[in-house]
Design a protein around this ligand. Sequence first.
Ligand code: CO8
Length: 257
Amino acid sequence: MPQNLLIKGPEKGVRLLTLHRPEALNALNTALLGEIAAALDEAEADPETRAVVITGSEKAFAAGADINEMAARDLVGILEDPRQAHWQRIARFPKPIIAAINGFALGGGCELAMHADILIAGENARFGQPEINLGIMPGAGGTQRLRRALGPSLTMQLVLTGEQISAERALQAGLISEICPTELTVERAIRIAEIIAEKAPLAVRLTKEAVHKAADTDLATGLRFERHAFTLLAGTADRAEGLKAFQEKRKPQFKGC
Ligand code: CO8
């Protein structure tokens, strides 16, 4: 039973994960990260779960890695850090993840948000990588994912000054796709997840993978992957159903095969 994570669903194909360490603004200690990774393993294995929403509280999505836990680790402790494996499991989750971000998304919290495929933020959201203030630097992908999302100048400003940006600025910069009234962020993220949950699962999975390829490879390799994935879908029953349903002017019934 997870101690720091609330798990709800799947309802209408959507599983909701709520970070729950209110005493530490959802700081990501090893236990919480492990619980997120395990919950995603379960969600991956469950055919009823088509998309996952990750959220925190209205005050904090997550205020970073747990600083007290980090302070207790020396160089060897960091080298053998079990959190690395948890981050990798989160990064390779094949179904869509929507982050519903209210309040602070700092350090590892901002990095966790950037592991999501779609980022929806409340008006009160604050994003930042304040590690530099602690004499360290981002260690769960912050320099790389922010650089891809925001470009070089704003990324450098954030990681070198530790300054935070508002939801408005994050939207303008392309880090998030929508801003909601804070109390509606989770509802909106769930709605987006429900829409995705109605689509053909194999098409969703390959589409997610193809979009990720855009950041991971050169254009020619990415285009080749897209072409192969597109061709692969031609063999699915869901493709036949989707095209037939359009011609028959009805809603498709996708089965995931
Ligand atoms: N770790 C542990 N405890 C925390 C953290 C944290 N990151 N953030 C907040 N808390 C605790 C506070 O210590 C406090 O506890 P207590 O009540 O026992 O004193 C409680 O949460 C409430 O926090 P505040 O009283 O500070 O709340 P405020 O509203 O005054 O301030 C802030 C909110 C601005 C968010 C402030 O708490 C803060 O600056 N927190 C630290 C933010 C930060 O520096 N985050 C980066 C951490 S480093 C990191 O994320 C590196 C990731 C590397 C990943 C590598 C993987 C292998």
